[in-house]
Design a binder for this molecule. Structure first.
Ligand code: TPP
Ligand code: SF4
Length: 283
């Protein structure tokens, strides 16, 4: 039987009070509730505090380069599309370094689940502004305030017709865990942007700041209404919606790749003598 104990990894080296602890807890609870054994899933990350989460759990894991978790996850899915693949990443890693990969993954609708620990700062490198840092925010290397427009991951995802677009708040762990389960069960690419307080370097977006602003999207909201989702995705400031903003059921990338119809590539017969012939075809 799958238990939380089975998912126990190294002891986290995050700062006491960091929002990442709650995300780790929600993740493990979601996997246990889904009855997924640690060997049945693969967790992929890039570089950063968020990207260390795979060290603090115990399952199949892969640490990619900064911003490159999604291409790695895509490769893993294509090699074995029977295995759930989850990416855990930071806002800098995913929306900054890996921004183009995010757009490609959404457009492909590869069946990968993307959990972004959005602390609106580069945490591991000690507090430089990230794409989601508010315009005007003063940080160590922006003493006159951030000049660039604040990146809106929810609006971008809805605009690209992403299959599953949700926002959560790390301190609302039960709600986050529920959304993680929904994301894993969704047939297609899923993005959860998780508001994660960084108690050391982000003195603006604190637990208290979020507690005063986040609200649950009402149960009667229709997540299949794309225009309503776009309107909701623009809400930021005094009121920040959390929950499922948008969902659709377009076909996944894997479903449309003819070579995968016969089952996962890892289980298909492989004839090494055909490598030369295949190489010649593309030469
Ligand atoms: C190509 C590359 N550029 C820069 C770095 C340095 N670096 C390591 S972690 C990091 C920031 C990570 O920030 P974020 O993704 O927001 O994650 P957090 O640490 O806040 O969880 C940077 C810039 C790197 N490792 N590789
Ligand atoms: S620096 Fe921020 S994100 Fe990193 S562990 Fe500390 S509180 Fe968490």
């Amino acid at each position: 039987m799958v238990t939380l104990e089975k998912y126990k990894g190294q002891n986290p080296a995050w700062c006491p009070g960091c929002g990442n602890f709650a995300i780790l807890k929600a993740f493990k609870e979601a996997m246990v509730d889904l009855r997924l054994e640690p060997h049945q899933i693969t967790l992929v990350s890039g570089i950063g505090q968020a990207a260390k989460l795979p060290h603090y759990t115990r399952c199949n894991t892969f640490n990619g380069l900064h911003g490159r978790a999604l291409p790695v996850a895509t490769g893993i899915r294509l090699a074995n599309h029977a295995m759930p693949v989850i990416v855990t990443t930071g806002d800098g890693d995913c929306y900054g370094e890996g921004g183009n990969h995010l757009m490609a993954a959404i457009r492909r609708n590869i069946n990968v689940k993307l959990f972004v620990h959005d602390n609106q700062i580069y945490g591991l490198t000690k507090g430089q502004p990230s794409p989601t840092t508010g315009t005007g925010t003063k940080a160590k290397n922006t003493p006159f305030g951030v000049i660039s427009e604040q990146f809106n991951p929810m609006a971008l995802a809805v605009a690209l017709n992403c299959g599953f677009v949700a926002r959560a708040f790390a301190a609302d762990t039960a709600h986050l865990s529920g959304l993680m389960k929904e994301a894993v069960n969704h047939n297609g690419f899923a993005l959860i942007d998780i508001l994660q307080p960084c108690v050391t370097f982000n003195k603006v977006n604190t637990y208290d700041w979020y507690q005063k602003r986040v609200y649950h999207i009402e149960p009667e909201y229709n997540p299949e209404d794309r225009i309503a989702a776009f309107t909701r995705s623009l809400e930021w400031g005094d009121r920040i919606p959390i929950g499922l903003l948008y969902r659709n059921n377009r076909p996944t990338f894997e479903e449309q790749v003819p070579m995968l119809a016969a089952g996962p590539l890892v289980h298909q017969d492989f004839d090494p003598s055909r490598i030369e012939e295949t190489l010649r075809e593309f030469y």
